[in-house]
Structure formats: structure tokens, C-alpha cells
Write a protein that binds this ligand. Structure first.
Ligand SMILES: C[S@@+](CC[C@H](N)C(=O)[O-])C[C@H]1O[C@@H](n2cnc3c(N)ncnc32)[C@H](O)[C@@H]1O
Length: 218
């Protein structure tokens, strides 16, 4: 099956099954464990979550900041699919969390974001760029890079291509899959001088079978 050309339709139909699927593989806990050890965290960071979906990455990051005694700063988060954003809004209401602004937007049309959406210390993005046509990956990375302040960092979680992800993510979740060398090239094309491949902590190392973590500094 080809990657979907309509992620909005896919994630409108399957928002709840996505949440069940990622809970089953303990993806939210794995992301939080990664952030708990990350040297990129600090108090009052300006953060953007690109392709936030139901908010799993934003909330993992926030939990990690709080557990480390750091103070969360302003967070902006956007996604293309209204149903995913509604799910995220519900969670924020239920958990009485403030200070997180949500918007519907396309990562390929970042110029349509409000002017105040920029100058970020940290941009996080997980499992979203897979849904772009492969030829647009470096364009999206270039756009995200332009929203970072000098010295700011992008942390990208993205699905790798292997025997497990081909059926499980490629076919079932209808997404593109990437090899390490393709990602290195896309980051270079986007103007990132150097990138580092991060690791999930030992308890969640199995998530490396699913995807890469890439840390890139502007
Ligand atoms: C697998 S979900 C990941 C959501 C969240 N980042 C996470 O890790 O749980 C993929 C999300 O990417 C969003 N998406 C796909 N293409 C997009 C685009 N061009 N711009 C913004 N969001 C997009 C979908 O709407 C969906 O919510």
C-alpha cells in the first residue's frame, strides 16, 4: 500500500486507534524517558511541537521538565488534522494545563502561522514528516530550521525503514519510512551543519526498532 496522500482523512478516522496503538507500545513513556535525560531541556524554553497530533510529545516533554524541577515556558503546537487537535484540547482541559497554544497548520505552509510563532529554543516533531511526499522532506526541515533562534535545536523522531516498520507503520499507518543516510542528506540539504542521532534510554531501547531520534542545532 502507498503512503497516504490524505493524512487528514486517515487521522480523522483513526485518532482513537492511534492513541490505543501508541499506548500499547509505551511510546509516550519512551519519549518522556528520552526527555528526562536530554541535555537540551531548561526552564522557560520557547517550544514548538510540529505535527503535535493528540499532544503526546508536548505532554511527554512537559512531564519531563516538571519531573526535573524545570519551569515549562510557552509552547506552541500545530497539526493538520482538526480531530487530532480536538483530542489534544480535551486532554489539556481535563488535566487543567495552560500555556499551550494550538493551531491548525501545514508544515509546508509555515508562513501562514501567526508572526508570534517563531524564535524557538526547541522544536520537537514526531511521526509527522513521514506523511509528506519524500521530495518535500528537506523543504519542511528548512522551514522548521527558520523558526529556530540562533543556537536553538530541533529534535525529530521519525520512522526508520526495516522489516518491522514496513508492515506495521508503512502499510498499516500508511506512512513513508526512512534510512539513516536519507535523513542525513535531508538535514544537510536543509542547512543543518551537523546532526546527532539520539538514543532511547535502556528500558525503551526497543523503540529504536521503530524510529530514529535526530538532534540538530541551528
Ligand atoms: C502519527 S501522528 C503523530 C502525532 C504526534 N506527533 C505523536 O507523535 O503522537 C501524525 C500526525 O501528523 C499530522 N500531519 C500529517 N501531515 C501534516 C502536515 N503536512 N502538517 C502538519 N501536520 C501533519 C497528522 O495530522 C497527524 O496528527
Amino acid at each position: 500500500m502507498k503512503p497516504t496522500s490524505d493524512p487528514v482523512e486517515l487521522y480523522s478516522d483513526r485518532a482513537d486507534s492511534y492513541v490505543r496503538f501508541v499506548r500499547f507500545v509505551r511510546y509516550p513513556q519512551g519519549l518522556r524517558a528520552y526527555f528526562l535525560r536530554s541535555s537540551l531541556l531548561d526552564s522557560e524554553l520557547r517550544v514548538l511541537d510540529a505535527g503535535c497530533g493528540t499532544g503526546i510529545v508536548t505532554l511527554a516533554l512537559r512531564d519531563a521538565l516538571l519531573r526535573r524541577g524545570l519551569v515549562p515556558g510557552p509552547v506552541h503546537a500545530f497539526d493538520l488534522t482538526p480531530a487530532m487537535l480536538e483530542h489534544f484540547r480535551d486532554t489539556l482541559r481535563k488535566r487543567e494545563i495552560e500555556g499551550i497554544d494550538l493551531a491548525q497548520a501545514n508544515v509546508l505552509e509555515l508562513e501562514r502561522l501567526a508572526d508570534s510563532w517563531g524564535n524557538y529554543d526547541l522544536i520537537v516533531s514526531a511521526s509527522m514528516l513521514e506523511y509528506l511526499p519524500r521530495s518535500r522532506l528537506s523543504t519542511a526541515l528548512t522551514g522548521l530550521r527558520s523558526l529556530l533562534k540562533e543556537g536553538g535545536s530541533l529534535v525529530l523522531f521519525i520512522t526508520r525503514r526495516n522489516w518491522l516498520t514496513r508492515p506495521l507503520i508503512g502499510r498499516w499507518w500508511r506512512s513513508n519510512l526512512y534510512a539513516k543516510s536519507e535523513l542525513e542528506q535531508a538535514f544537510r540539504d536543509a542547512g543543518f551543519a551537523s546532526i546527532t542521532f539520539g538514543e532511547f534510554p535502556p528500558l525503551y531501547r526497543y523503540l529504536a526498532l521503530w524510529g530514529y531520534i535526530i538532534e540538530a542545532r541551528r
